[in-house]
Design a protein around this ligand. Structure first.
Ligand code: C2E
Ligand code: MG
Ligand code: MG
Ligand code: MG
Length: 280
């Protein structure tokens, strides 16, 4: 750390911060090219109905293997995409790609394949893009009905401008598209928003779910979320289910859906199709 004294105030330079900024910029440039050249792909993780064990939906999760064959994970590149604004084209691509995949599965099934698709939409994209129009156009391109799609939004998406978000959610509702509140319990939204917004599903964050069998506090939080969702007429999805016992406990507690490595990791399209075909 270098310090220079200028006109009585001390400025501190962090060489690491500079290196970090350069690394961010390098990743941003690489990501921009990756989006343009369609080097990103989606992995699909099943979401199961906990009472029947059937797959009801897949969550589309972005993956990026760069030109050097290195894999980058969303926890690294989504924040870069959000800071640079690249999340808008990335998010539009994800919606299009996921819906095209669903039509491909319908085609293979010879009709409705019985599965919905969940796509993550960043708070930044929700602010900057006209999401209902984007969805309507994507649906028109694929000739799918809106009820095949669930958008996963985080709490940060609603805290900015709740009135605008209410309008967006109502427009989505008119299309038949469901809205899930992702990572619920980790953000800053108030319970008043839950009452006011047309949210269909609460996704209970993995941090409460994993390890909850050995932690009274976590189980209390999970029960409280399940009770709240039930009282408000919302469905629930538990994330991060890694053991059979955890899935059974959540089912017994009344959680609607479950997602986690015990059912399947995020899969490539063929492996996902194999799961759909196996239960048809
Ligand atoms: P998320 O939407 O909460 O997605 C669930 C994450 O939990 C995924 O991580 C998934 O692989 C992981 N997961 C699922 N089951 C288990 C489990 O049993 N154990 C453990 N340890 N992890 C599990 P992933 O794919 O790395 O994605 C991380 C986050 O990046 C996502 O969290 C989402 O917020 C974001 N993301 C991913 N793809 C997109 C995208 O296309 N658009 C946007 N805006 N965000 C995305
Ligand atoms: Mg999600
Ligand atoms: Mg989540
Ligand atoms: Mg999460």
């Amino acid at each position: 750390v270098k310090q220079t004294k200028t006109a009585g105030n001390t400025q501190v330079y962090h060489p690491q911060a500079f290196t970090l900024a350069r690394a961010q910029f390098a990743m941003e440039t690489a990501l921009r090219h990756a989006i343009e050249r369609e080097e990103l792909h989606l992995a699909y993780q099943p979401i199961c109905d906990l009472s029947t064990g059937k797959v009801v939906s897949f969550e589309a999760l972005a993956r990026w293997r760069d030109a050097d064959g290195r894999d980058h994970f969303p926890s690294d590149f989504i924040p870069v995409a959000e800071e640079s604004g690249l999340i808008v084209p990335l998010g539009r691509w994800a919606i299009d790609r996921a819906l095209s995949q669903l039509t491909e599965w319908d085609r293979r099934a010879g009709g409705h394949c019985g599965i919905r698709m969940s796509v993550n939409v960043s708070a930044i994209q929700l602010q900057r893009d006209v999401i209902p129009d984007v969805i309507e156009q994507a649906l028109a391109r694929t000739a799918l009905t809106g009820d095949r799609l669930t958008l996963e939004l985080t709490e940060s998406a609603i805290v900015g401008d709740p009135d605008r978000v209410t309008g967006i959610m109502e427009a989505l509702k008119a299309l038949g598209t469901m809205v899930a509140m992702d990572d619920f319990g980790t953000g800053y939204s108030s319970l008043a928003y839950l009452q006011r917004l047309p949210i269909d599903v609460l996704k209970i964050d993995r941090s409460f779910v994993s390890g909850m069998l050995a932690d009274r506090d976590k189980i209390a939080i999970v029960r409280a979320i399940l009770g709240l969702a039930q009282a408000l007429g919302m469905k629930t999805t538990a994330e991060g289910i890694e053991t059979v016992e955890l899935g059974q406990t959540l089912a017994a507690l009344g959680c609607t859906y479950g997602q986690g490595y015990v059912y399947a990791r995020p899969l490539d399209p063929d492996a996902a199709w194999a799961m759909i075909a196996a239960q048809a």
